[in-house]
Design a protein around this ligand. Structure first.
Ligand SMILES: [Zn+2]
Ligand SMILES: [Zn+2]
Length: 164
């Protein structure tokens, strides 16, 4: 059992973007949607979402942090996808219609990620057919139904609704 940590660090591949997190994740999930596949170049994206005020980004040089407003997600929300302009690592997703939180690809985070184990899988309709359910997770064909309370890591039911 990992102890919950109140501070966590991360970076892009080249180190130009550094991230420091205080506080606990709001929710953790895996996203199989076609937009995340395209954006990441991979088959699935592992996400940990935090309150915006708990996450601090620093960029050196300052213009290394780039953003792209992605209007393609099936959720209908516009996602601001942030990335390093030097090495291309994706460092943040933020829903422009759901302010107050940011979602981080867990691959950029340092250290033990036991506490960032996904609690549910999104857009399983687009999941690669050779992938099985991750044990202990809940599966949704697309987005969770309205009113779904995202389970927080370490809890059965969270208090953070995905609905804005
Ligand atoms: Zn970089
Ligand atoms: Zn996605």
């Amino acid at each position: 059992m990992a102890t919950s940590t109140n501070e966590r660090t991360g970076s892009c591949l080249c180190g130009a973007i550094q991230v420091r997190i205080t506080g606990e994740p709001i929710f953790t999930n895996l996203c199989h949607c076609t937009s995340c596949k395209k954006a990441s170049g991979s088959t699935v994206v592992s996400i940990a979402a935090y309150r915006s005020e708990d996450v601090t980004y620093t960029a050196n040089p300052p213009d290394a942090l780039k953003t792209y407003n992605d209007g393609s997600p099936e959720s209908g929300r516009v996602l601001e996808r942030a990335f390093c302009g030097i090495c291309g690592s994706r460092v943040r997703n933020a829903s422009l219609s759901f302010p107050g939180s940011v979602a981080l690809p867990t691959g950029i985070l340092d250290g033990d990620k036991e506490d960032l184990k996904p609690k549910y899988e999104l857009f399983c309709a687009s999941r690669e057919n050779w992938m099985a359910d991750v044990p202990g997770t809940e599966q949704f064909a697309t987005m969770p139904p309205p009113g779904f309370q995202a389970p927080k890591p370490g809890e059965k039911q969270g208090t953070w609704s995905l609905e804005s």
